[in-house]
Design a protein around this ligand. Sequence first.
Ligand code: MF3
Ligand code: CO
Length: 249
Amino acid sequence: MVILKSLQEIEKIREACLIVADALTGLREMVRPGVNTQGLDEFAEKFIRAAGGIPAFKGYRGYPKTLCTSLNEQVVHGIPSRDVVLKEGDIISLDLGVIVDGFYGDAAVTLPVGTISPEAERLSRVTEEALSRGIAAARVGNRLYDISYAIQATAEANGFSVVRDFVGHGIGRSLHEDPQLPNFGEPGRGPRLKAGTVLAIEPMVNRGGSATVVKEDNWTAVTADGSLSAHFEHTVAVMPDGPWVLTKR
Ligand code: MF3
Ligand code: CO
């Protein structure tokens, strides 16, 4: 059941989302060759707590860290570690969730480490574009899979594939609420979008095939074919005057 949010509730979600946005802005400055991903995680946790929030992922189904750090062929849920050191040419996806007064915000970005290949650049750009197109489809009166279709069409028109094993989601008093939001689907299908629906829209796009595998740590999802993967996410409220991107300051 999709839980519609009041303006007051959306304002609370917005508070959590702004901490996510500002933490990601700080992390963007830190990403460069030689940095280890544990350092990024520690910055994220300190930043969130100093801002009055609680890390949403830490302890969620046993996830051990505040931040997800997914490099290159890693799709999502890479676990920060002192042993993972960023190097020139990598791409890194940072995914972060925050709780404020019981309300959740969730966003992700993919960032270049130094100078990256033209293909890595194009993959990141197209994935961010897929997110923008998905957000643009998050309008009252549209249907849920209009968002899915906009994402899929953008990725596939550029020769990439969307991940099918992980989905976007409703968000509010829980990190994951109904509805599930696949990154593929048929336009004109799915439930009608109502004002007050809050969604985490999160395209995961692969340079190669869509299949993924979860590693022995039971978290890190990688592309089955070892191809590069990018991930962008915003928490978005469907409002009468159009989508509100809550994780953008
Ligand atoms: N953005 C991801 C999601 O919404 C991050 C979850 S990581 C977890 O599912 F550790 F919390 F599971
Ligand atoms: Co999410």
